[in-house]
Design a protein around this ligand. Structure first.
Ligand SMILES: Nc1ncnc2c1ncn2[C@@H]1O[C@H](COP(=O)(O)OP(=O)(O)OP(=O)(O)O)[C@@H](O)[C@H]1O
Length: 252
């Protein structure tokens, strides 16, 4: 049984079906990338899976349970987590506090802000582990707002990891990063492979093709192909719809 099994998923904005009868299976332990042209519906799909956006139809089975209709926090509890954009980082608090708050939010039923956090050693230990996991443990005491752009993205990953997800949804983690920052993030993602199941949306094709176990190609709200990177690269449907020009040039 797949860890994530999506059937007939749909979301319309007015007359536009952004995701349309979308089917997707993600196996436990794999890094599954979703690629597609601009506006194909990738971010909308991630929002629907995480519960951030509602869906008009379909089924999202995760770890054997139906998630459709469940709010975001219930999905996080079930082990489905998404890495948020930088705006969710609290710049005035330390890097450690940012992660500890995520751990606490998962553990506690209520979000008791920071006063109790300082005294909770176990909480901080878990948060430190997550920071070490993404390679920014030495930044723990710094204000999150003073991190570089790439480090903020590492912090987002640590925040997502701190909720101990079974499935991590990553929406363009490399966006806006410099070459060196991107390389570091790619290595962090590579190191997570096998440990946590990853669904990755990313425009950086070098990163996608080097990291992914399988790739699904989303075009006009539907998955038109799924396979190993070499299979997807040579799939005539994919070449025609998306990678056409690039692969034609490579082959020339
Ligand atoms: N809240 C919204 N209201 C109306 N239309 C929307 C909304 N969100 C997304 N859309 C439209 O849905 C389509 C898909 O958008 P989405 O951001 O999911 O695509 P994407 O594949 O992630 O694109 P990109 O690669 O450019 O980030 C676009 O045409 C977009 O304009």
């Amino acid at each position: 049984m797949s860890l994530l099994d999506v059937r007939g998923l749909r979301k319309a904005y007015g007359a536009l079906n952004v995701t349309d009868d979308l089917n997707l299976s993600v196996e436990k332990g794999e890094l599954h990338a979703i690629i597609g042209p601009n506006g194909a519906g990738k971010s909308t799909l991630i929002a629907q899976l995480s519960g951030q956006a509602g869906s008009d139809a379909g089924s999202v089975r995760f770890d054997g349970a139906e998630m459709m209709g469940q709010p975001m926090h219930a999905r996080v509890r079930a082990g489905m987590s998404r890495s948020f954009q930088i705006t969710s980082i609290l710049p005035g608090f330390t890097v450690l506090e940012n992660v500890a708050a995520a751990v606490q939010a998962r553990r506690g039923s209520s979000f008791r802000f920071f006063a109790p956090v300082a005294g909770e050693r176990a909480l901080n230990d878990t948060a430190m582990e997550a920071l070490a996991r993404v390679g920014i443990a030495e930044r723990a005491a710094m204000r999150a707002g003073s991190l570089s752009h790439g480090e903020k993205r590492q912090l987002e990953l640590a925040i997502a990891l701190a909720t101990a997800p079974k499935l991590l949804l990553l929406d363009e983690p490399l966006a806006g990063t410099s070459g060196q920052e991107a390389e570091r993030l790619v290595e962090v993602m590579r190191s997570l492979k096998g440990e946590v199941t990853l669904v990755l949306i990313e425009h950086d094709m070098d990163a996608v093709f080097s990291l992914a176990d399988r790739i699904s190609v989303l075009v006009y709200g539907r998955i038109i192909a799924t396979g190993r990177p070499d299979e997807v690269r040579t799939d005539p449907k994919v070449r025609a719809a998306y990678l056409g020009e690039e692969t034609a040039e490579e082959g020339a």
